[in-house]
Design a protein around this ligand. Sequence first.
Ligand code: LLP
Length: 422
Amino acid sequence: MDHFALTNGVLHAENVPLPAIAEAVGTPVYVYSRATLERHAQVFSQAVAGLGKDGTPLIAFAVKSNPNLAVLKVLQRQGFGADVVSGGELRRALAAGMAPGKIVFSGVGKTRAELELGLSEGIGQFNIESLEEGRELAEVAHSLGITAQAALRINPDVDAGTHDKISTGKADNKFGVPLVRAGEAFAELAGLPGLNLRGVALHIGSQLLDLTPLETAFAKIGALVGELRAAGHVITHVDLGGGLGVPYQPHEEPPSPADYGAMVARVTEGWDVHLTFEPGRVIAGNAGVLLTRVVRVKRGVRDPFVIVDAAMNDLARPALYGAYHGFAAVEPTGADMTANVVGPICETGDTFAMGRECDALSAGDLAVFRTAGAYGATMASSYNSRGFVAEVLVDDEKFAVVADRIDAGAIMDAERVPEWLA
Ligand code: LLP
């Protein structure tokens, strides 16, 4: 459920009509709904409440899905921590007031500087992704006189059944340590000074529309926990990652957070560990739209091209993954059309939809791409010397610009021609 709906024929975000935002901020612009973010946070929290050792699992929002400071602040106020994958994300989580102890640091390529940053900020857990990283973390922590809290990310070799580019738990993906080598890695790392290797982590992929692969992977992790304990290791923490999908298309019916929670309860029964979850998309996806204006409608050979002022640099998912985003008029007339929806960028990949049945639109009309709150603005670029898109947060009847538009001129200001070329 989200808070983007028609009132008197005009699409609103909560109680703000979208034309008011277009008027004030211009287009394209991402619009987020605070009430939707909060609702999703609460539904997820309720779904996992009571799970794990003390019944208070850590929900670490996957910052990569929407790193906007205001969005992080909304979630921080809901008690969320953060799953970060870079020093930049770590700084954002801290700036949003997230407790360092509620931050987990994932990622295959953490640099020494990032390990040091995490250690000096006292983050809750490093999810280390290789033996090599574990050795380095132990060494850095030991030299700083600190003990790093860590879990070993396991690659369970499970096909998540999602798009190849967002699948992370197959043997040939770069993530984690293969299940069969987990014992070896623990044997070496658990004894190192500077490291408290207290658990395991996994994340098999994103936009999962079926719980089966997650359940299969979690069961493997449960068995591993037993084996590690039998080998004398103390396992107190398991991080089950993120991955729950959202409905991008009307026919998609992803499992609900409640179904997910019930599955986790069943599989983790008796594990006796503190649990962490890293949801991203399921929290932020439906909490945002990309508001755009039709530049013009061009006659095509078959269907017309609706050319909008948003492009693949603002919303990359269709170009990168062939992803579907709902597309609708802000002030629908009731008439329909079949259209090719494209941006202004000079490559054919800048296509949001081909042959899409949608509301009839003309030049100057406003429209939205739905379900753009996750992996939207955060993946923007300045390709074709377009600026970085602005972001707005709505709260009931008010709204605020929570990320300025960075125009192409400001980006150019950061460049220079060397003297010897002038
Ligand atoms: N934890 C880890 C370690 C991750 O790598 C990810 C996402 C998550 C949690 C959050 O997963 P979620 O709950 O959002 O599915 N750009 C792609 C998605 C990439 C996801 C990468 N990892 C897209 O637009 O679909």
